[in-house]
Design a binder for this molecule. Structure first.
Ligand SMILES: Nc1c(C(=O)O)ncn1[C@@H]1O[C@H](COP(=O)(O)O)[C@@H](O)[C@H]1O
Length: 166
């Protein structure tokens, strides 16, 4: 089967997660890394999850970023169904501020890893940067873009706090 997929899959349990996961997409955009963003729920669309995760490697994906909130089984289930690296992003839930999402994703049993990031936007951005780091191991042009991204980030940090103009 022809490998036509972009290297990164961003999957999320609900469309409501896009407010968080779009930050992963924006970080990938900044590094010119193509991705496909899909709504896939272990709970609500289990057949879609099985089809996606079982076929992800053959489709040509290299890394999966999975965001979910609450009883966040999606990243772990995806990891159980694909040999690709899976980075989990705990989406901040209303009831428990994302503590539920974090613990659901991070406490995987030995044998099926999910690289778990921070709750919310920072986790989404860092999942994208980790995906970039993985891909950069075999892509020198991307490695250079990642270096430049970090250099720009450092340059943007002021050395001293700006004083308020009275
Ligand atoms: N955690 C999961 C899974 C899953 O893990 O398969 N599917 C949906 N959800 C989560 O339910 C929350 C509320 O979803 P709605 O906003 O659609 O009610 C979302 O954060 C989603 O990730």
């Amino acid at each position: 089967m022809a490998q036509t997929s972009p290297p990164v899959a961003i999957i999320m349990g609900s469309e409501s997660d896009w407010a968080t996961m779009r930050h992963a997409a924006e970080a990938l955009d900044a590094l010119a890394i193509p991705y496909d963003a899909r709504i896939v729920s272990a709970h609500r669309t289990p057949e879609r999850l099985f089809a996606f995760a079982r076929g992800a490697k053959a489709e040509g994906f290299k890394v999966v970023i999975a965001g979910a909130g609450g009883a966040a089984h999606l990243p772990g289930m995806a990891a159980s169904l694909t040999p690709l690296p899976v980075f989990g992003v705990p989406v901040e839930s209303k009831a428990l501020s994302g503590q539920d999402s974090l613990l659901s994703i991070v406490q995987m049993p030995a044998g099926i890893p999910v690289g778990t990031l921070a709750i919310g936007r920072a986790g989404a951005v860092n999942a994208a940067l980790l995906a970039a780091a993985v891909l950069a191991l075999s892509d020198e042009a991307l490695a250079a873009r990642l270096d430049a991204y970090r250099a720009r980030q450092s340059e943007a940090i002021a050395e001293r706090p700006r004083r308020d103009e009275a």
